[in-house]
Design a binder for this molecule. Structure first.
Ligand code: TIU
Length: 222
């Protein structure tokens, strides 16, 4: 068993029953010209977490842990994109529209790929999800159950949207979840702070949070 001195108390897990879940580290959110920017966001903030995410991913791979990468992605015919999602607000480009990195938030387009720094290995799970949560319409729960996974360690973007939604979905399905604070980011720093606090409040009502160095300090990851 490993033990991290997390918030609000220790997070205990063993590598064999734990998956690293990397939420939506895609060009669509992190680079200019994608979905994130089309919503009016300054995407520059998000790339700051890439080195910390890389360090954790490399350590987790060395320890032969299960890795799950998610992508927010829709089919080319948008049959899995509810009109309410596509039509909401006043984006400069809507989901499915052609942008500088291909069609916005559409599977297979250049902008929809995971950034090269965190590119998946062939033996890792890559999951396209039509919603904000990783468990909605994906079969993720069944994949994790089949592999005996009970604990999840989360990284990715954005903290209060896809990361928080996925962690809440996981919590309701019985997983113990740890969020690595320096490996997640939001377009709104104050939303990141609030999301981190609300997840570990009330005795870890959604889960635990910690710094990535606390994971990397474990003897198994050195
Ligand atoms: N807009 C925003 O902050 N996020 C999303 O739309 N998706 C994810 O968080 N991946």
């Amino acid at each position: 068993m490993m033990r991290i001195d997390a918030h609000p108390f220790a997070f205990e897990f063993d590598r064999a029953h734990t998956a690293l879940v990397i939420i939506d580290m895609q060009r669509d959110f992190i680079e200019p010209g994608g979905f994130g920017e089309s919503l009016g966001n300054n995407v520059a903030l998000l790339s700051a977490i890439v080195p910390a995410c890389q360090a954790v991913l490399q350590a987790w791979r060395r320890a032969s842990g299960l890795v799950v990468h998610t992508r927010e992605a829709h089919c080319a015919d948008l049959s899995d994109c509810p009109p309410a999602k596509r039509n909401r607000g006043n984006p400069t480009l809507r989901i499915g529209d052609p942008g500088p990195m291909g069609r916005i938030l559409v599977a297979g387009e250049p902008g929809n790929q995971i950034i090269p720094e965190l590119a998946p290995h062939p033996d890792e799970i890559v999951l396209d999800k039509p919603g904000k949560g990783a468990f909605y319409a994906t079969g993720l729960h069944e994949m994790l159950q089949a592999r005996g996974i009970s604990h999840l360690i989360f990284m990715g973007v954005t903290t209060e949207v896809c990361v928080q939604t996925s962690m809440r979905e996981a919590n309701d399905r019985g997983y113990d979840c740890l969020l690595l604070e320096d490996c997640t980011e939001s377009y709104f720093p104050e939303f990141k702070t609030a999301a981190v606090e609300m997840m570990h409040a009330q005795g870890a009502i959604v889960g635990w949070t910690a710094q990535s160095r606390q994971l990397l300090e474990q003897p198994a990851f050195r």
